[in-house]
Design a protein around this ligand. Structure first.
Ligand code: B16
Ligand code: MG
Length: 216
């Protein structure tokens, strides 16, 4: 049976977390809210709308829906301005090698991301053709740890959950994969991602033999 290898985007394929941080920090500054890199950790894998709520809570700010909508647009415009010059050099180390190996082995590759900006990022970095299915923030209504994003990716490929492998850098994403009965692979700090079935600091630590061993 063919397996589905489902990749999270931010923190797994590209390091866009730094751009999200810059854009949120700019907004926070305007609102007089202190927003640090540590605070930013809590936004990983979290939707845009919830991210804003978390930041406003930090500053004890209650805002109208109108203001919130305005700030969400402003944050996204700033974020997109950082992506203008994005190219393949922003793909995280080891990722291309793994994508190529999975393709060579004739297995499925999918994206399972909370981001509404996923497609342009895959295009700019030149890796869009690798993907057999893309499920992103435009397609789902329930955020990780709800498994919706990964379930839909597996469904699109007609692969059962047990035959899906999820690469994730966020705790919520690992939990979502586990809830879906998929094989969870943490990319990042193993102490933080300890609920994952397997852990790798990054893709340079993942030998293709690991992928090979998951196939049958
Ligand atoms: P956007 P992922 C997530 O992407 C990011 O980790 C998170 O920080 C961001 O707020 C979210 O996407 C929404 O992104 O504002 O572009 O729609 O890690 O699920 O690939
Ligand atoms: Mg992520």
């Amino acid at each position: 049976t063919k397996k589905a290898f489902i990749f999270d985007l931010d923190g797994v394929i590209v390091d866009t977390a730094k751009y999200h941080f810059l854009a949120w920090q700019k907004l926070a500054q305007e609102l007089g809210i202190e927003f640090t890199p540590e605070h930013n950790e809590d936004l990983k894998g979290v939707s845009r709308v919830r991210s804003l709520d978390i930041i406003l809570a930090l500053g004890n700010i209650e805002a109208s829906q109108e203001d919130k909508n305005k700030w969400l647009i402003q944050k996204n415009e700033d974020y997109l301005s950082y992506l203008v010059d994005m190219d393949e050099s922003e793909i995280l180390p080891g990722v291309l090698h793994v994508l190529e190996f999975i393709k060579e082995k004739n297995q499925f590759i999918a994206l399972g991301s909370a981001s509404k900006n996923a497609r342009p990022i895959l295009e700019k970095t030149g890796i869009l053709p690798f993907f057999d299915a893309i499920v992103d923030g435009n397609d789902v209504s329930n955020a990780k740890p709800d498994p919706e994003v990964f379930l839909r990716a597996a469904q699109l490929l007609n692969v059962s959950n047990e035959n899906a492998i999820v690469f994730e850098d966020s705790v919520a994403g690992i939990q979502a994969a586990n809830i879906a009965n998929m094989i969870s692979v943490g990319i990042g700090d193993a102490a933080i991602l300890h609920e994952a079935k397997y852990n790798f600091k990054d893709f340079t630590f993942m030998d293709v033999a690991f992928i090979e061993a998951l196939l049958d």
